[in-house]
Design a protein around this ligand. Structure first.
Ligand code: NAD
Ligand code: DAU
Length: 338
């Protein structure tokens, strides 16, 4: 089995490469990544020299490049993680999101259609469903919820999902989609809530909480997302969508306070700042469909957050490498005037 993992130098894609080398030691992995600000080769250092792993730098939206790669490599399966992923950046600069997330997915689907016999899995997000009210804890996202994205990011992911499903219906392409809730764990870029707050707390800087901090996310440790995708590739029903989530709903304020407590820092570091435009209130996943396939998440939130905080403390070299000038400018532009 030879798989293409796109976006494999990013957070979840890299964790997936490590996970799959252990779970399927005979499979060959080709990892393709554009190495945007969010992708880093240092993240894949542990796979250097592995005869079952290779890395290619490239853009999923570059049709000539992708077609040549498919012609040379003859993949059995494509797992598409590559995307622009930060909601705040999509509010300020939506164009890259349309290009990579929609057009890039289109190019990969076209390559699968052209070369034939390739299984395609799209890594999507629960954000395509929009949000849920805070005062209705009984409501959860199921796979049949309407698609109602709020941000340019989630709209681009929703568009990609629609394309993927249309390639199943129209061309019979063997596709599946997973829609997962918020991930956390090693190698997450420090623009996202958990690694950003760990960084700020360790540096004794203010922790910027949007609005009143009562928005809710459903957190899943990254390895549990990886095991879900592995299972869907092997046992998922073609043409189907699977929600993935671990029933770990927490307010942002709870997350921030947990991090401060674990690091022995005071809550006076919390700084409430101007809210995100269009900020989704609550995400919560009904994962019963994938659980029926046999998926069981392994990491309770308390264990996962402890591992993640420890990883961020122990991997200062990686953090220094990803905190480039682009990142520092982003922090200044985004939070400076908030
Ligand atoms: P990330 O931003 O850490 O990584 C994305 C990777 O994609 C980066 O390495 C980047 O260089 C690469 N990339 C971007 N545009 C590319 C292009 N045009 N061609 C090739 N590579 C490109 O993101 P992540 O958090 O690891 O998310 C991975 C996938 O999982 C995304 O599709 C995202 O929508 C989805 N997802 C993320 C979460 C989450 O909580 N992080 C939850 C559900 C779904
Ligand atoms: O639900 C899955 C999605 O989760 C993925 O599809 C996205 O790629 C991923 O980025 C994530 O989106 P969120 O917007 O939920 O994640 P983020 O870490 O940006 O924010 C989590 C919550 O924390 C959200 O309610 C906004 C809030 N927040 C975030 C940042 C960066 C703050 O209060 N302050 C901040 O500085």
């Amino acid at each position: 089995m030879k798989i293409l993992v796109t976006g494999g130098a990013g957070f979840i894609g890299s964790n997936f490469c490590y996970f799959m080398r252990k779970a399927n030691p005979d499979w060959d992995i080709v990892c393709l990544d554009l190495l945007t600000y969010a992708g880093n080769l240092l993240t894949l250092k542990g796979l250097e020299g592995d005869p079952h792993f290779s890395f290619v730098k490239g853009d999923i939206a570059d049709k000539d490049f992708i077609f040549k790669l498919f012609e040379n490599e003859k993949f059995d399966c494509v797992i598409n993680f590559a995307a622009e992923t930060h909601v705040d950046r999509s509010v300020d600069f939506p164009e890259d999101f349309v290009r990579s997330n929609i057009f890039g997915t289109f190019v990969l689907l076209e390559a699968c259609r052209h070369f034939g016999g390739i299984r395609f899995h799209q890594v999507s997000t629960d954000e395509v469903y929009g949000d849920l009210p805070l005062d209705r804890p009984d409501l959860l996202f199921t796979e049949s919820n309407p698609i109602k994205p709020s941000s340019p990011y989630s709209a681009s992911k929703a568009s990609a999902d629609m394309l993927v499903l249309s390639y199943y219906r129209t061309y019979g392409l063997p596709v599946t989609i997973s829609r997962c809730s918020n991930n956390y764990g090693p190698y997450q870029f420090p623009e996202k809530l958990i690694p950003l707050m760990i960084k700020m707390a360790t540096e004794d800087k203010p922790l910027p909480v949007y609005g009143n901090g009562q928005n809710v996310r459903d957190w899943l440790y990254v390895d549990d997302h990886c095991s879900a995708i592995d299972l869907i590739i092997k046992k998922g029903k073609i043409g189907n969508v699977y929600n993935v989530g671990g029933n770990n709903e927490k307010t942002n304020l709870y997350i921030v306070k947990t991090i401060l407590k674990a690091l022995g820092k005071g809550e006076d570091l919390i700084s409430f700042v101007k809210d995100r435009p269009g900020h989704d209130l609550r995400y919560a996943i009904d994962a019963s469909k994938i659980r029926q396939l046999g998926w069981v998440p392994e990491f309770p939130f308390e264990k996962g957050i402890e591992k993640t905080i420890r990883w961020n403390i122990d991997n200062k070299e990686w953090l220094r490498a990803v905190e480039t000038g682009e990142y520092l400018n982003y922090l200044q532009d985004h939070y400076g005037k908030r």
